[in-house]
Design a protein. Structure first.
Length: 286
């Protein structure tokens, strides 16, 4: 091999090594360094999405544009970030913060904060109403390792209710998630179990980290690290009785946020882990 050929090959290989790989995801932009642990996203219109960070971060909600640039932020009053894990929004523009992260399955103060449409707010702070709830199936805090079923990082709003999908932490790992619903109303509620779902058996990829429902109410997506579970053709509360399509997006990062921007397109954000992540992506379902 000549020196020229070898040099050209090295340049080609170097270029390939530097080019990021996103699988089937479309890269939209890099989030600012202050948003390295985004755990939830809700799209309010075609221009702005709102995001939160999880445990150990500020009691703030942030607006980003379609390139991941920070536009504005609010401190959420009357709310504490015990472990904020997902965002949902209703048809009136209210936003719900899921303060229900429960890694050790030992929390008794699970809650959801309801905020008025932040697109209409000014100033630096936004008021929150508090919704509290408990899982009647959980009897011990924490339960046995084989019953660590009461962490949650995913929910969505539909027809006056909030639907919560739990994150499996059982040992040995079973991949099973519970689907609960509670009224989207201020006060204390008992969560109602409406369904169960087994994603797959790899704890690195199969644990549910986010969820959303399409604007027309006909599609539900659940997110794992590299996978989307898409449900269609369902009726009633238990969407898992519908048609399931498992989608491998061929990109393995810590993906913890998903939301619909229209009936066929979702946005996804991954958390930063070493040199990877902190990116905003889109994915077309059909």
């Amino acid at each position: 091999m000549s020196r020229v050929t070898l040099l050209l090959l090295l340049i080609f290989l170097q270029g390939c090594a530097q080019k990021p790989y996103y699988g089937d995801l479309t890269y939209l932009g890099k989030l600012p360094s202050k948003l390295s642990e985004v755990s939830g996203i809700a799209s309010m219109d075609s221009i702005i999405s709102w995001v939160i960070e999880d445990n150990g971060n500020k009691d703030h909600i942030y607006a980003i544009n379609n390139e991941g640039k920070l536009i504005k932020e609010f401190k959420v009053k009357n709310a504490k970030n015990d472990d904020w894990e997902d965002l949902a929004n209703d048809d009136k523009g209210n936003i719900y913060i899921g303060n229900f992260g429960n890694n050790a399955n030992d929390r008794k103060n699970l809650s959801i904060y309801k905020l008025p449409n932040p697109n209409n707010e000014t100033g630096k702070k936004i008021e929150a109403e508090k919704i509290t709830f408990h899982y009647p199936e959980q009897k011990k805090f924490p339960p046995k390792k084989s019953k660590l079923m009461f962490d949650c990082e995913a929910f969505f709003y539909q027809n006056g209710f909030l639907y919560l999908i739990t994150k499996n932490r059982t040992r040995p790992y079973t991949g099973k998630a519970f689907i609960y619903k509670i009224p989207a109303l201020e006060g204390s509620h008992t969560a109602k179990l409406v369904g169960k779902f087994v994603s797959c058996l790899d704890p690195q990829s199969c644990s549910i980290t986010a969820a959303d429902i399409s604007p027309d109410g006909k599609k539900v997506v659940l997110l794992g690290s590299g996978y989307i579970w898409l449900f269609t053709d369902f009726t009633g509360d238990d969407f898992t009785k519908g048609t399931l399509r498992s989608i491998d997006v061929k990109h393995r990062t810590q993906q913890e946020s998903i939301c619909f921007v229209d009936n066929n397109t979702v946005l996804i954000i991954d958390e930063q882990s070493k040199t990877k992540g902190r990116n905003l992506y889109s994915y077309t379902l059909d």
